[in-house]
Design a protein around this ligand. Structure first.
Ligand code: SF4
Length: 402
């Protein structure tokens, strides 16, 4: 099992894992389990009741049992670096603390040399660059193609996970070409996958308030559909704790799983709460830690066809991420090295580039740390040497795992 993409018969394994974890008492959670076992899928009405009335510990237990049935104790991470290309943006989403106007004193836009300069110090210990940024008023698709191809030329081992759906839409508009042409240009330059950012809540009433001017829900889904049909894997996200209702969160999850039914192109789903500092959304409800854990668990329960659920450390922090690994999440993103978007909004999560510290977080939560590639097709166990060996950690090939 170690280092594979999980058990396809996870539903059959579920009753045993539920039993071993102590069983379920809550009626809504039991109904969700019954639906999973009989129909293969939890209905939207049951999903809503998991938000509104179900016992938190039972929701977490079901989320964790599904995770264990799929991946046993494995927890995935990668060794990556976040490089934001520019903070200049033509939009001004109300939740965003990252964007700047072009004349702001701290506005920046990386040229190719500056981009490579950011990567170079990390290049020997990472295998992925995650690059997103604002919607620059002048950059066309050629600029991004040059950034990606230059990085691939200099560091051929790196996967390039770049550009959210709204950036792809912006490039299509500014370059006057179809979405598919933007994607094919970037794929030719070396693009590996798309991150999932920008999904926020896939409900246009919510989007009008929190990110007016951004792509519509339908456009977000269509851009990901186009990517999937072109063979480009993507992630998806959910930004919760702004103004949305439980029903709108469930609509979001349902829209993701319906697209996934068609394309199977989503690799990972990343639910994270709105961080309020320095942003402009006073009416936001803000998520508590309990609400965040519940939402991660419900994401695992509802998204029966999306392989991985991520506890996004850069947003929810290490402590909550560790708890999320026992509530349905099987991935903690990566070493990251540098991060601006969540830290501008108030995140205090360490970006210390330390595989051992990340592996310790996973092991202390009862997991087996598995370093993965961007596309979840290469795996290496990263585990502690015996105590006599100075408590140091080591990466082992999968075959050496006992
Ligand atoms: S969320 Fe993205 S599109 Fe919206 S203002 Fe921030 S950088 Fe611009």
């Amino acid at each position: 099992m170690i280092g594979t993409v999980g058990h396809s018969d996870w539903r059959e394994r579920l009753p045993t894992n539920i039993r071993e974890l102590g069983g379920i008492a809550d009626t809504s959670v039991q109904l969700a389990l019954d639906e999973l076992l009989s129909n293969g899928r939890v209905s939207t009405s049951t999903g809503e009741s998991l938000f509104l009335e179900a016992d938190l510990l039972d929701v977490m237990l079901l989320g964790h049992a599904i995770k264990k049935s799929r991946y046993e104790n494995e927890v995935y991470f990668n060794s990556n670096l976040h490089v934001n290309t520019t903070n200049i943006c033509v939009l001004a989403c109300r939740f965003c603390a990252f964007r700047r106007g072009p004349r702001a004193a701290d506005a920046y836009a990386l040229n190719v040399e500056e981009y490579l300069h950011r990567i170079r110090p990390f290049s020997t210990r990472i295998d992925e660059v995650h690059s997103v940024g604002g919607l620059h008023p002048e950059w066309t698709v050629e600029h991004y193609a040059e950034l990606i191809s230059s990085a691939k030329e200099m560091f051929p081992h790196l996967s390039m996970k770049c550009l959210t759906a709204v950036e792809i839409k912006h490039l299509s508009q500014i370059s006057g070409i179809e979405i598919s042409e933007v994607l094919s240009t970037l794929i030719d330059a070396g693009l590996t996958s798309l991150p999932g950012g920008g999904a926020e809540i896939l409900d246009d009433d919510v989007r009008k308030v929190i990110c007016n001017g951004k792509e519509s829900s339908e456009e977000y889904l269509e851009i990901h559909r186009t990517a999937h049909l072109m063979g480009l894997p993507t992630n998806s996200t959910m930004l919760f704790g702004t103004i949305e209702s439980a029903s709108q969160r469930i609509t979001h999850l349902d829209r993701i799983r319906k697209l996934q039914d068609d394309t199977q192109g989503f690799q990972c789903f990343v639910p994270y709460p709105f961080l309020p500092d320095r942003t402009r959304l006073p009416q936001a409800q803000h998520s508590t830690g309990s609400e965040t854990l519940r939402t991660i668990s419900i994401s695992r329960i509802m998204l029966d066809n999306v392989p991985h659920i991520k506890a996004y450390r850069m947003n929810i922090g290490d402590y909550l991420s560790a708890l999320a690994l026992n509530a349905g999440a099987d991935d903690v993103d990566g070493t990251v090295g540098h991060e601006e978007i969540m830290h501008e909004a108030g995140s205090l999560t360490s970006v210390e580039d330390d595989l051992d510290r990340l592996s310790k977080l996973i092991e202390d939560a009862g997991g087996v740390p598995v370093r993965r590639s961007t596309t979840y097709d290469q795996f290496v166990i990263h585990r502690r040497r015996p105590p006599s060996d100075d408590q140091r950690w080591v990466s082992l090939p999968v075959a050496d795992m006992v």
